[in-house]
Design a protein around this ligand. Structure first.
Ligand code: PLP
Length: 355
């Protein structure tokens, strides 16, 4: 049977352990400093939060060497992706995203009545030339996730610079860096530096992934003063909670937690990819990932759909995305050591069963 995931539940109806590897959350949890800040924040629940998220913007600004006045904050970075569509697109406008991209781009586009323009990938990676070729005078926004979800692929700094240089000034480039903290420092795509000087670049980040604060729904973005002002005009007031702001400030300060999560991810992603390589003769293939998940393609006897259902029956929830044209793959989040070893063992059993 397929079990719906219920937050906070760790066992299925029949008592089996449920392992959730489907939303790219941090398997190591949350920084203890952030948990303590969260717990200590609820002393006056009758008061609204700081509508300007001042402490949070200052903490982010100091950590990244960027101007706090040019930081927008949202109920998850999802909200910011929606705000940008509300501020810059409407009926008759076109918004570009890649074929295997983050699902919110199309939702945000349709929500404001704009037209999604979907461009082909290059073997699952973002194809800068295809994006540039799709630009028309009706294009107002290009959404690019880097690393990309659900593929995990990374577009290097020179390619991002080439993309930006090729866009007309009236097109806003939204660089969604939800997984940026998983990159090696030398793999910075240059987004924040670009947003520092370019009028038409918005970088978005989240506390939901490496910082382990998905429950609190906090994201932020950085852009020119004019873009930030436009986003504030469509932002609801008090959109980030008191406890969430406090936890996020503490999370920014816990660089050790971020570094150890990244090291864990590097180690177990490498191990996972190696194990999948050993199943290569059964038609399993990993798309190269720089994020905390791997897209595994099923090109042999065992189909992604059968693997998805088999993993679910074994207690592993992963992501199968037929609705996004990705019926051939499963996106699997890198979990704890035990979870990662477990999902690999379950996959191996399914491969053997498929013959
Ligand atoms: N962008 C990408 C590429 C994502 O994968 C996600 C979450 O899965 C988000 C944005 C949104 O994250 P949140 O709204 O939790 O900040």
């Amino acid at each position: 049977a397929i079990h719906p995931y219920i937050p906070g539940r760790s066992t299925a109806d029949d008592g089996r352990k449920v392992v959730k590897l489907s939303s790219n959350e941090n398997p190591l949890g949350t920084s203890p400093a952030a948990v303590a800040a969260f717990a200590g924040a609820g002393t006056s629940l009758e008061r609204y939060p700081d509508a300007g998220a001042t402490a949070l913007r200052e903490a982010i600004g100091a950590a990244h060497g960027i101007d706090p006045a040019r930081i927008i904050y949202g109920t998850g970075s999802d909200e910011i992706l929606h705000l940008v569509a509300s501020a810059y697109a409407g009926v008759g406008d076109e918004i570009i995203h890649v074929r295997y991209g983050f699902a919110v781009y199309e939702i945000a586009t349709r929500r404001v009545g704009a037209t999604p323009v979907v461009v082909d990938d290059r073997d699952y990676a973002t194809d800068v030339d295809a994006i540039l070729a799709a630009v028309t005078d009706r294009t107002t926004i290009v959404y690019v996730a880097n690393p990309n979800n659900p593929t995990g692929t990374f577009t290097a700094k020179d390619e991002i610079a080439r993309l930006h240089a090729g866009l007309p000034g009236h097109v806003l480039l939204v660089l969604d860096q939800a997984y940026a903290e998983y990159l090696a420092p030398e793999d910075d795509d240059g987004g924040l530096a670009l947003a520092e000087t370019a009028a038409n670049v918005l970088v978005t980040r989240t506390f939901s992934k490496i910082h382990g604060l998905a429950a609190e729904r906090i994201g932020w973005g950085y852009a020119s003063a004019a873009v930030i002002e436009a986003l504030h005009r469509v932002r609801g007031p008090f959109n980030v909670t008191i406890a969430g702001q406090a936890a996020a400030v503490a999370a920014v300060g816990d660089t050790g937690f971020v570094a150890s999560t990244r090291a864990h991810n590097d180690r177990w992603r490498d191990w996972f990819v190696g194990e999948m390589g050993a199943l290569g003769n059964a038609g399993l293939r990993c798309v190269p990932s720089q994020a905390n998940f791997v897209l595994v393609l099923f090109e042999g006897q065992l189909t992604a759909e059968t693997a998805y259902k088999g993993l679910m029956d074994a207690g592993y929830i992963v992501r199968w995305l037929p609705g996004q044209g990705l019926a051939q793959g499963l996106r699997i989040t890198i979990g704890t050591e035990e979870e990662t070893r477990g999902v690999v063992a379950a996959l191996r059993t399914l491969v053997e069963r498929a013959g």
